[in-house]
Design a protein around this ligand. Structure first.
Ligand SMILES: Nc1ncnc2c1ncn2[C@@H]1O[C@H](COP(=O)(O)OP(=O)(O)O)[C@@H](O)[C@H]1O
Ligand SMILES: [Mg+2]
Length: 452
């Protein structure tokens, strides 16, 4: 059974203009769903219908199989279960302090003072705003305001969170933070719906996409499905995501292998035809038949790079010391990825780890680990698309550390293992937890655990 479903949903505004027309959607639990369409295509109208703010002129909404009747009790429950974050934070935030704003929802639901307090504290910590809880919301940055609005919704513990154009008016850093937060909330099992006209965002983020035009749904499916239909995109006045466009161009030039369309930069890189033979400068004394390690240095394969990426066999050497090398793709020497569960955060250990394990770059996933890194003076190279970027870095022979917690630990491990299995590249991934043998062995008395 779908979690949220509509049948023939239709709505017109008082002045007679049509909002949405005959909308049939099925949203499954814990999915990330994007509604994509140009301005005026009906995204906001649909969202206001979905949480019961508007009453349809025609058609029905079903939540957990139950038809929504527009009596006050059902509506109250629906709005608790389906929280909506408006496009413009200023439409949502009106209390004199961040704390009071976040407390508005739960207090309004009739929760006790104690329960409200617990929920608000939890929500503020979750979105990383505990330190500004007494500030006036209008003094915050756009990204922070958006997080206040999200915290206000989270504090009501909804099952579904709807965000209307969550990234509009945010700078790239703020936008990354919001998407990272949404992924974290989704990892915890919540269903997330966003609207956007950003095809690149929908393509890389969503599990399922609906394309809207003039109040109608004119296409739906997985992002790869939907965005590979040029006619559909044209009809919706949308363009192809850059990843896909690049892939098709590379394929046209014979540089990419066929197969499934890549859904991310990581997958796009995976479609490139690897070079089989390559000219490389080799050190004097190298002979035909020797195996050399090549790493990537300033974008070129070179010997003596600090980062080993691939092995090759010398098949020919010129008088001037340039050699033709046969690349042995099955001998790619990837670096490694260490996932550190910050539930066990120990400052001295992490600093030792970065030093002793020769960690080249550190990434953090989720608000908690980002805050910890910030307070502890750990420089974060990666703060968005952390898993993919770590794999890309490891493929160049470097070592990455990912700081994260909760369900994201397993999620990251599985994604990396899955990549290693499907690509056949030996990519090392380990999880560090408290009280481990390996940790004690490597780093003296500190007690953390490595699980692979
Ligand atoms: N308050 C309103 N009064 C009259 N028409 C409206 C109002 N809000 C939206 N519409 C109309 O409804 C249609 C869908 O708009 P909307 O849901 O806001 O689209 P989107 O969010 O995709 O930009 C548009 O034709 C728009 O002009
Ligand atoms: Mg809108």
């Amino acid at each position: 059974m779908a979690l949220l479903e509509t049948s023939h949903l239709t709505y017109s505004y008082a002045d007679g203009s049509s909002g949405v027309n005959n909308i049939n959607i099925k949203i499954n639990k814990s999915k990330k769903v994007a509604f994509v369409g140009h301005n005026g295509s009906g995204k906001s109208t649909l969202f206001l219908l979905l949480n019961g703010t508007f009453k349809p002129e025609n058609g029905n909404i079903y939540y957990k199989g139950e038809k929504i009747n527009y009596d006050s009790k059902t509506l109250r429950n629906l709005r608790k279960e389906i929280g909506i974050v408006f496009q413009n934070s200023d439409d949502q935030i009106f209390s004199p302090s961040v704390y009071e704003d976040v407390a508005f929802g739960p207090a309004n639901l009739g929760f006790s003072k104690e329960k409200t307090e617990t929920l608000v504290k939890g929500a503020l910590e979750y979105v990383g705003l505990t330190n500004v809880k007494d500030k006036a919301p209008h003094h915050l940055s756009g990204g922070q305001k958006k997080r206040v609005a999200i915290a206000g919704i989270i504090s009501m513990e909804p099952e579904v969170i709807i965000l209307d154009e969550p990234l509009s008016n945010l700078d790239p850093m703020g936008a990354d933070e919001i998407m990272d937060l949404l992924n974290e909330i989704n990892q915890a099992g919540k269903t997330i719906l966003i609207s956007t006209h950003d095809v690149d965002l929908a393509y890389r983020w969503a599990d399922y996409v609906y394309i809207l035009s003039k109040g109608n749904i004119i296409g739906e499916g997985t992002p790869q499905d939907v965005f590979n239909q040029p006619e559909l995109l044209k009809k919706a006045h949308l363009r192809q995501p850059v990843t896909l466009e690049t892939y098709h161009e590379l394929k046209r030039r014979g540089l990419a292998v066929g197969g499934e369309a890549p859904s991310s930069v990581l997958e796009l890189v995976g479609t490139l035809k690897p070079p089989e033979l390559m000219w490389v400068d080799v050190t004097p004394g190298t002979k035909v038949g020797d195996t050399i390690n090549l790493g990537i240095m300033y974008g070129e394969f070179a010997e003596n790079s600090p980062y080993e990426a691939v092995n090759g066999e010398i098949v020919y050497i010129n008088n001037d010391g340039r050699a033709i090398v046969e690349m042995k793709r099955h001998e790619i020497k990837a670096g490694g990825i260490v996932i550190y569960d910050v539930e066990d955060y120990e400052s001295s250990y992490v600093h030792q780890l970065i030093k002793n394990a020769e960690i080249d770059i550190v990434g953090a996933m989720g608000k908690k680990s980002k805050m910890l890194a910030e307070t502890d003076g750990i420089y974060l190279t990666i703060t968005s698309s952390v898993i993919d970027k770590s794999i890309l870095t490891a493929l160049c022979g470097k070592r990455c550390l990912i700081l994260t917690n909760g369900g994201m630990v397993e999620h990251a491990k599985n994604r990396i293992k899955n990549y290693a299995e499907t690509s056949g590249i030996d990519l090392n991934v380990s999880i560090l937890k408290k009280n481990s043998e390996i940790m004690r062995e490597n780093l003296g008395d500190t007690k953390l655990n490595v699980i692979t």
